[in-house]
Design a protein around this ligand. Structure first.
Ligand SMILES: [Zn+2]
Length: 178
């Protein structure tokens, strides 16, 4: 009886210490994954930034209702209504939610679709892609890599040199003149 209790205690000890290791390793990964390397237009180099993690309520309070709907609820602004659809001034388009650089005016083109369009992001690290299976089709959803804010979609009918069309909601962006 004594031996069984002893073994039981040892087993619990091993399980707890393994669990502790997992928690430690998990925390390490959490710390690493909280930081990302992204391109900074101002610095002209890559920088390390913390991810922008906010609760839904915090985003709701920080953004206008339309911006919240598009960026946090995967909404879409009406075609030809976006502030930047026909903007061709030189500058950088940042994420309206977290201020991360996303697109550059050098890569903007008139797609005629009614949404601001770019053939590439300012750097591939600054955006993320996920499969969007709504609308009875599969599209590549584009979001900010820092705050996960929804930006739009990317299609394979863009101009050279990439052949891609990043179709982006203006309300997800903030334009900063060069
Ligand atoms: Zn962002």
């Amino acid at each position: 009886m004594y031996r069984r209790t002893f073994l039981k205690r040892i087993s619990i000890g091993v399980v707890l210490s393994c669990y502790g290791s997992f928690v430690t390793v998990g925390n390490l990964f959490a710390k690493v994954s909280d930081q990302i390397k992204v391109w900074s237009a101002v610095k002209g180099s890559y920088i390390i930034v913390n991810k922008a993690n906010k609760s839904e309520q915090e985003w709701r309070e920080a953004l206008t209702p339309e911006t919240f709907h598009v960026t946090r609820k995967h909404g879409t602004e009406h075609a030809f209504t976006g502030e930047y659809d026909k903007n061709y001034e030189a500058g950088v388009y940042q994420c309206i939610c977290c201020g991360q650089d996303l697109f550059h005016s050098d890569h903007k083109f008139d797609s005629g679709t009614g949404w601001s369009s770019y053939y590439q992001p300012i750097a591939i690290e600054n955006i993320g892609l996920t499969k969007d299976r709504s609308w009875l089709t599969v599209r590549n959803e584009v979001h900010c890599s820092r705050c996960k804010g929804h930006l739009g979609h990317v299609f394979e009918d863009g101009p050279k040199p990439t052949g891609l069309r990043y179709c982006i909601n203006s309300v997800s962006l903030k334009f900063v003149k060069a």
